[in-house]
Design a binder for this molecule. Structure first.
Ligand SMILES: C[S@@+](CC[C@H](N)C(=O)[O-])C[C@H]1O[C@@H](n2cnc3c(N)ncnc32)[C@H](O)[C@@H]1O
Length: 276
C-alpha cells in the first residue's frame, strides 16, 4: 500500500504528461489534504521511495556528463561515501585546503540549517546515498527530512542505509522540477551537487519556491580553480564549477538574502535565506 507522504506532494508536469493512466495532482499533507482528506491514488510509490521519474512511465533521463553517468553506476555508488566522495573532495579542494571530514561536514549542515531550532520539514536535495540525510534526520527525530535524488542507484542505497529512520522520506525526482507545492520546507540542504545541474537558474528558482518565508538554503560545491589539476578534472568529469565572486548576486536575483560563505581551497559552502 502506498504510504501517506509526510509532506505535500505535487506531481511535476513532466510526470503528469508521461503517467499512464494519467496521474492526479496530489494535495496530500500529513493527514490534512486540501479538503481535509488525503488524496493520493496515483502516487508513484515503489516500496522504497516515491519515484516521479520511472513511476510515470517516462524514459529514463540520459546522463549528459561523465560525472552524471557515475551517479548511476552500481560500483561507483557502492564505493561513493567511503572512497569516491572523499577522493573527489580532496582533488577538487586542492592541497592543504582544510576541507571538513564527512563527519565534520554533516555537523556543519546541521548547524548552518539551524536544525535544532527550526520546525521542519527539511529537504536534502540531491541526497545521494543519504549520508547527510542521516545527519539531518538524527539531529531532529521529531521532524521530517526528505531525501530527493534523480539516481535510482543512489536512492536504493539510501533506502537501505536509512531504513531505521522513520522520519526520513525518499523521493526520486529532478531538482529542476521539484514535486512539492510552494513554501513547504524550513530548510533545503544541497551538498556537493550543484556542479551536476544543467540549469542552475531553474534550480535556484525551485529552491526559493519550495522554501517557507524565512527558510534557509545551504549549498556546497566546487569554485572555479586556477590549479592545473583542478581544471583537468573539471574537463574530464564535465562538472560545472561556480564563479564564487558572482554567486551572491546570482542568488540575490532569485530573492535570496543574507549571503554567507565558507571556503576550503576550491570547495565552498554558502548559506542564504528567503525573506521572512
Ligand atoms: C556527488 S553526489 C552528492 C550526494 C550527497 N549530497 C553528498 O554530498 O554526498 C551528487 C548527487 O546529485 C544527484 N543529481 C544530479 N543531478 C540531479 C538532478 N537533476 N536532480 C536530482 N538529483 C540530481 C546525483 O544523482 C547524485 O546523487
Amino acid at each position: 500500500m502506498t504510504p501517506v507522504p509526510p509532506v505535500p506532494l505535487r506531481s511535476p508536469a513532466s510526470y503528469l504528461a508521461s503517467a499512464s493512466p494519467p496521474a492526479v495532482a496530489h494535495s496530500a499533507a500529513a493527514g490534512n489534504g486540501a479538503n481535509g482528506r488525503v488524496v493520493a491514488p496515483a502516487l508513484p510509490w515503489n516500496g522504497r521511495y516515491y519515484d516521479f521519474i520511472a513511476g510515470g512511465g517516462a524514459r529514463e533521463p540520459a546522463p549528459e556528463t561523465v560525472a552524471q553517468r557515475l551517479m548511476e553506476s552500481r560500483v561507483f555508488v557502492r564505493l561513493y561515501e567511503n572512497v569516491m566522495r572523499p577522493f573527489f573532495v580532496r582533488v577538487f579542494a586542492g592541497p592543504n585546503a582544510g576541507a571538513p571530514t564527512p563527519a565534520e561536514e554533516a555537523k556543519l549542515y546541521v548547524d548552518l540549517l539551524a536544525i535544532e531550532r527550526g520546525q521542519g520539514p527539511w529537504l536534502d536535495m540531491s541526497c545521494g546515498a543519504g549520508g547527510f540525510t542521516r545527519g539531518l534526520a538524527e539531529a531532529r527525530r521529531d521532524a521530517t527530512v526528505v531525501g530527493l535524488d534523480i539516481s535510482g542507484q543512489m536512492l536504493d542505497k539510501a533506502a537501505t542505509q536509512l531504513a531505521e529512520l522513520s522520519n526520513v522520506c525518499l523521493i526520486r525526482a529532478d531538482v529542476h522540477e521539484l514535486p512539492f507545492p510552494d513554501a513547504v520546507f524550513t530548510g533545503v540542504n544541497n551538498a556537493g551537487s550543484l556542479h551536476l545541474y544543467k540549469d542552475r537558474d531553474t534550480v535556484f528558482a525551485e529552491v526559493f519556491r519550495v522554501l517557507k518565508p524565512g527558510g534557509t538554503y545551504v549549498v556546497s560545491t566546487f569554485a572555479e580553480s586556477r590549479r592545473l589539476l583542478g581544471r583537468v578534472f573539471t574537463r574530464l568529469t564535465g562538472v560545472r564549477r561556480t564563479d564564487l565572486p558572482a554567486l551572491p548576486e546570482h542568488l540575490a536575483r532569485f530573492g535570496f538574502i543574507d549571503y554567507d560563505v565558507r571556503r576550503y581551497g576550491d570547495i565552498f559552502m554558502a548559506r542564504v535565506r528567503k525573506p521572512a
